[in-house]
Design a protein around this ligand. Structure first.
Ligand code: NDP
Ligand code: OXD
Length: 309
């Protein structure tokens, strides 16, 4: 019997337990899935960064910690975590992000906000360019960013993607490193940030880098709040350098009620809903990784702690 501790928040248990039970059975695994175990009998921990479990020291037998979230910044630096850590790559989560990003890109591209704001009895026609004349840049072209990039490219947008290591993706201009960032931003009428939060990405979009964008660019951030210097973004919005921003993630969540983002006329705040892990598909990913580990096959989506994601 394999003992699997469900250490995500208790309110997620009823949603996840049936899906995980089904997925473990389908993978041919004999699993005892519980919300509580004596730590020294636990083989795997299913985890979420907002879990109460913060001290991994007593879980000496645990072979892997399987994160239900894509982002691992809240666990990757935990000094008590010595077990292998995996992040979530789930096609339900990816599909949700593709839909959310595509929706907001199209909203800015076809000027929906302009129409909503100018319905004052005046017949004011403002025609958007075709997608082929609207360059979009995606910072971070991993599991989520690359899926968004290829969908946007299939709609005709010239898409540039930026990553840490060089990449090749069919139909996407792929850039990397510091020089690549400048080039990626200089052309971007719409920029989407889908980077993990690490010491290398914090405050990436500061005043200087926001100034590299063409005037009146739009920004969409479903990555993590601290990727952006908030004061620099507010200044860039006020100067018109950034025309509009949609922000899904923040340094403090929930975003405090008095934060200027809530009240800025050209900022849209969404409450960290760009994409969520979907229990049915995520359970299959978890079961597959437990099965791999039991068979001695390398885990999928292993976090590289030296780079923090
Ligand atoms: P991946 O790890 O698959 O991709 C990360 C990408 O960022 C990779 O292309 C990586 O480069 C690049 N990257 C990392 N560090 C740097 C750097 N210093 N410079 C340049 N590029 C860098 O992550 P996912 O696509 O799965 O997820 C991305 C993030 O999206 C998550 O970490 C999370 O913060 C956020 N997220 C938000 C959600 C929401 O609802 N708002 C939901 C889910 C995730 P390389 O390819 O070279 O490794
Ligand atoms: C995630 C998130 O990282 O929901 O999965 O932000």
């Amino acid at each position: 019997m394999i003992n699997v501790l469900f250490a995500a928040r208790a309110e997620r248990w009823n949603t996840y337990a049936p899906e995980l039970t089904r997925a473990f059975a389908a993978a041919g695994l004999k699993v005892d899935l519980q919300q509580e175990f004596a730590p020294d009998v636990v083989d795997y921990i299913i985890y979420a960064p907002n879990s109460d479990l913060q001290d991994f020291t007593p879980y000496r037998r645990c072979k892997a910690v399987l994160n239900l979230w894509a982002g691992v910044e809240a666990i990757v630096t935990n000094p008590t975590l010595t077990q292998p850590l995996t992040r979530m790559v789930d096609h339900g989560l990816t599909q949700g992000m593709v839909e959310w990003v595509t929706g907001h890109v199209l909203r800015y591209h076809i000027g929906i906000d302009h129409n909503l704001e100018h319905q004052k009895g005046k017949w004011q026609r403002k025609l958007p360019p075709l997608s082929r004349d609207r360059p979009v840049t995606i910072l971070g072209i991993g599991a989520l960013g690359s899926a968004c990039a290829t969908t946007l490219a299939s709609l005709g947008f010239p898409v540039t993607g930026w990553s840490r290591s060089p990449k090749e993706i069919n139909g996407i201009t792929c850039l990397s490193g510091d020089a690549g960032l400048k080039q990626a931003l200089e052309t971007a009428q719409i920029v989407v940030t889908l980077l993990p939060l690490t010491s290398g990405t914090e405050n990436l979009l500061n005043a200087e880098r926001l100034s590299w964008l063409p005037h009146a660019a739009c920004l969409i951030n479903p990555g993590r709040g601290p990727l952006i210097d908030d004061d620099a973004l507010l200044a860039a919005l006020d100067s018109g350098q950034i025309a509009r921003a949609t922000l899904d993630v923040f340094r403090v969540e929930p975003l405090p009620a008095d934060h200027p983002y809530w009240w800025h006329p050209r900022v849209t705040v969404t409450p960290h809903i760009a994409a969520d892990t979907r229990p049915a598909t995520a359970a299959e990913v978890i079961a597959d990784n437990v099965s791999r580990s039991e068979r001695g096959v390398p885990l999928r989506y292993l976090v590289d702690r030296s780079v923090g994601y």
